[in-house]
Design a protein around this ligand. Structure first.
Ligand code: CAA
Length: 246
């Protein structure tokens, strides 16, 4: 129960890794706000948490839309009085080899994966800086560190996340706000289920642990970074990938 009485917002928490993160933060005692562009998925997840005895709120929100994000932060602070933890998790893939990649595939991935983190972090950090306290965890990817065939847009967005985190760690620490990233490798989710089998086998062959990761294994690291146990960790990217190499 490392997060007792903390208020945590997890974006993209209606399903997949975000849902596992919301579960874990709630299990550690946090009041957890489940944010998703799919309001129905957010409501289902928050309901499941409440049924297990946790305090939770669902909010439908496009995390790249400034007006919606500002309304989200107001709603959370009105309801809980504060916001202690932000997990910037929402992300999409629109894979295509580079010469085939469309403007729409590029822009939608950069908007959802990177601009959203600028917008959400700025709106939330204003509140955290006022309180001189806060934790932010951003989800990057092994593709951001290493690049990946068919993922120029996604890799650029996830590398951008690492640059954003490093810069903000230098700006916000003196105001009591710590920010870090977690970079998952190949994790079981709807996102990785779309990878063609032949490519999937090649990716799995590069994981010394011999298996894909589980969402809960990423959630555990997010909970650590959000907790007081990580009180001297700032501006880092924790790779959680079973030793995967390229
Ligand atoms: N290495 C080198 N070249 C490769 C390659 C690889 N791994 N994969 C594809 N290519 C090249 C080859 O020249 C290939 O031709 P052959 O099939 O004849 O070998 C050519 O690309 C095919 O290009 P096309 O544009 O014709 O392919 P396509 O349009 O049918 O599909 C694709 C392209 C959509 C990118 C498809 O290959 C794909 O889905 N790849 C998986 C991408 C991937 O790894 N996504 C990770 C998702 S998980 C995630 O994103 C989470 C995370 O954080 C890691």
């Amino acid at each position: 129960m490392r997060l007792l009485e903390r208020v945590a917002v997890v974006t993209g928490a209606g399903r997949g890794l975000g849902a596992a993160m919301a579960e874990r933060l709630a299990a550690e005692g946090a009041c957890t706000v489940v944010v998703d562009i799919d309001g129905e998925a957010a409501r289902r997840m928050a309901k499941a948490l409440v049924e297990r005895g946790h305090d939770s709120l669902a909010v439908a929100c496009d995390v790249a839309d400034r007006t919606q994000v500002a309304a989200l932060v107001r709603r959370v602070t009105d309801r809980f009085g504060r916001l202690d933890i932000l997990v910037n998790n929402a992300g999409i893939t629109r894979d295509a080899t580079f010469l085939k990649m469309t403007d729409e595939q590029w822009a939608s991935v950069l908007d959802t994966n990177l601009t959203s983190m600028f917008v959400c972090t700025q709106e939330v950090a204003r509140h955290m800086v006022e309180r001189q306290k806060g934790r932010i965890v951003c989800v990057s990817s092994i593709s951001g560190n290493e690049g990946n065939v068919g993922q120029a847009n996604y890799s650029a967005s996830k590398a951008g996340v690492i640059g954003l985190v490093k810069s903000l760690s230098k700006e916000l620490a003196r105001q009591g706000v710590l920010i870090n990233a977690v970079a998952p490798g190949f994790i079981d989710s709807e996102m990785t289920a779309q990878v063609p089998e032949k490519i999937r086998d090649k990716l799995l062959a590069r994981i010394p642990q011999g298996r894909s990761g589980r969402p809960e294994e990423i959630a555990a690291v997010v909970a650590f970074l959000a907790s007081d146990e990580a009180s001297y960790v700032n501006g880092q990217t924790l790779n959680v990938n079973g030793g995967m190499y390229v």
